[in-house]
Structure formats: C-alpha cells, structure tokens
Design a protein around this ligand. Structure first.
Ligand SMILES: Cc1ncc(COP(=O)(O)O)c(C=O)c1O
Length: 335
C-alpha cells in the first residue's frame, strides 16, 4: 500500500493536507469550534512551536505534567477544565488513550491526537496512531523526506463536514532540498558519507556567516507559523510513491541498529521496548552532555543521521521544567 492510499483508507475521505503540522492543528482547533479565550490542555513536555497554532485561533494553553515514561504525570481528574485535550504520541510510540478518554468523558472535551511524530505507526491493538482521538494531526514531513507536508484527519463522525475545502497545492514548498538530500543519502556505499560531508560544509559556512552552526531557536516560534498553510505541489506524488510497509520496516530496522550502537556506549533507549507495530520517528534516549553522547553523535553523523536535543520547551515551562524534560535526545531517521 502506498502512503496516499494509507491516508485515504484510514480517513475514509476526511483528510486535509497542509504544509506543516501546526497548520493542521490550527484547522483542528477551528473544526472543534475553539473561539478566542477557550482553553486547550497540552502536555508540558512539548515543542514550543506548537503554541503558534493556539495563537492562530486565540486559544489559551493550560498544562498537564508528563512523567519520565512520557505518559501523563498526574491523574486526569486533577486536570484543568478545557474544551480540547491533546494527547501526544512522542517519537511515534503509542500514548495510552485511557486518561484522555476518561477526561473527555468527564468534561465533554474533544481529544486531538497529536501524531506529528507517528505517521504509519500503530498501537498494541493494531489501531493506527492519529486515528484514535476525535481529530488526528500528522507532520508527514517528519517521516518522509518532503519539501513540506502534514495532514489532519477528522475521525469523529460529524467533524468531517466542518473541514474547510482542501487548499490548492502551492509551488515548491518550505524545504525543496529535502528530497534531494534523501536521495543522496540513499546512494549505495557513498551516500551517508556524502550527506555527512555536505551537512558539515553547510554548517561550517553557516557558522562563519552567522556565528551559529545550527540556526538558533526562533524567538517568534511560539506565535508565528513560518510558512503558508498550503502543501507543496509534489506532496500527492511523493505520498503515492512511498511504500508504507517498506517505510515502517526501514524505521524499525534502523531503530535496532542505533539501539545496538547506543547500548555499546552505555546509553539506554527512552522506551523499554519497541512495540511490535510501532514505526519510530527516531531513536529517543536520555543523556547528559559527555563523552557517550558525543560518541553517539559522531557514530550517527558518519552514517548521515542527525542527533538532536528535543524539545525546545515553551517559555512558560522552561523555568520550572523537571530534569527529565531536559535530557531527551533523538537520532532522527529522516532520509
Ligand atoms: C509533538 C509535535 N506536534 C506538532 C508539531 C508541529 O509539526 P510541524 O513542524 O510540521 O508544524 C511538532 C513539531 O514542531 C511536534 O514536535
């Protein structure tokens, strides 16, 4: 099955495509009837960029804590009242929906399943991630090497009719070089080294030009989505060309390869196991700065893989964030 068929079948027609997950989330909030001043309940362990979707509809964030196992860190009967609650499948690993369903049953809130990281991943029962709440958000560009791409699924019957018409595809997209970089990475034998060399060169030039090898966090990230909402004009063809099962298998195989390298350095995976139907976004782990982290970074870089720290926490969370919000890293599988 190709990825376009996958989305079509899972959504049975209730899917809309965007450039970024943040635009899909904005549309999800609009479809859910969020008005200025309404509260949206978010996990504290979250990338600050996501707040820009709430700003777009005038919603106010409130927060629930997240434990070291990346499940909610408190019982849902103590969570603040909100019209929406968001469940996040961190790194493509399934989040249990039970606390969110309990909260929704008690308060009448709708559940948005933020599956930005988990396209093509399923839970323990074989249910596709992103199709287990009332609305599901996908950042396809994080799974497949696309110039941009995201999707919104209206899962709850009745919500599909509220979706705005599909936006017409627009030009070359946010990162037109993404597909070229991925095909270079896939070149047999020399691909990973060529990507490592190119990335090194780009970062050195950027360091000389701007003083930063990697662009620093954008100060406006919490308020502005940095690209218009329409998906690029190659998205449909790219999804039709991508084989869903092959991508799932590739990710699982890569996870095991990185896990072996990490364990040899004394680094353990964040999740105790890779569940059978999980298509991981990358290899997440906790580590403090030090030689083991540097060694894994070098190992990843030699293979054309990026090792990143995640997330850039929201400003209101940073000051009081427990250490387990700050120590998560990821070897990214995007190529
Ligand atoms: C959990 C989560 N949800 C949503 C998003 C938004 O996705 P996008 O970067 O495609 O807007 C991100 C990334 O920023 C994310 O990490």
């Amino acid at each position: 099955m190709n990825c376009e068929q996958w989305l079509g079948e899972t959504a049975s027609g209730a899917v809309r495509y965007f450039s970024f997950g943040r635009h899909a989330l904005t549309e999800a909030l609009r479809v859910a009837g969020i008005a200025p001043g309404d509260s949206v309940l978010l996990p504290e362990f979250l990338c600050r960029d996501v707040l820009a979707s709430l700003v777009a509809v005038g919603a106010t964030p409130c927060w629930y804590p997240v434990g070291e196992d990346l499940q909610p860190g408190s019982a849902p009967d103590g969570w603040r009242l909100a019209r929406i609650v968001m469940a996040v499948n961190y790194f493509g690993f399934p989040q249990s929906m039970t606390p969110f369903r309990e909260y929704a049953a008690r308060t009448g809130a709708l559940i948005i399943e933020d599956n930005a990281h988990g396209f093509l991943s399923s839970d323990w029962n074989g249910e596709w991630l992103g199709a287990r709440g009332d609305l599901g958000v996908f950042s396809l560009r994080k799974t497949l090497p696309l110039a941009d791409g995201a999707a919104l699924l209206a899962v709850r019957p009745g919500l599909a009719g509220r979706l705005a018409p599909q936006l017409a595809a627009a030009a070359v997209g946010y990162a037109p070089s993404a597909a070229r970089k991925a095909s270079l990475r896939r070149t047999p034998v020399f691909g990973p080294a060529a990507v490592a060399a190119t990335t090194g060169l780009v970062r050195t030039l950027r360091l000389l030009r701007t003083g930063h090898a990697i662009p620093p966090p954008d100060a406006a990230a919490e308020t502005v989505i940095p690209h218009p909402p329409a998906p690029h004009d190659g998205l449909a063809a790219a999804l039709a060309a991508a084989d869903a099962q092959r991508e799932i298998d590739r990710r699982r195989e890569l996870y095991r390869t990185v896990e072996r390298a990490a364990r040899a350095l004394g680094i353990t995976p964040l999740f105790p196991e890779l569940p059978p139907l999980t298509a991981p976004y990358g290899f997440p782990f906790r580590a403090d700065p030090g030689p083991a982290l540097q060694s894994l970074k070098r190992w990843a870089s030699l293979r054309g893989l990026d090792l990143i720290h995640w997330p850039d926490l929201p400003d209101v969370i940073v000051a009081s964030a427990p250490t387990h919000y700050r120590s998560v890293h990821l070897v990214n599988f995007l190529w």
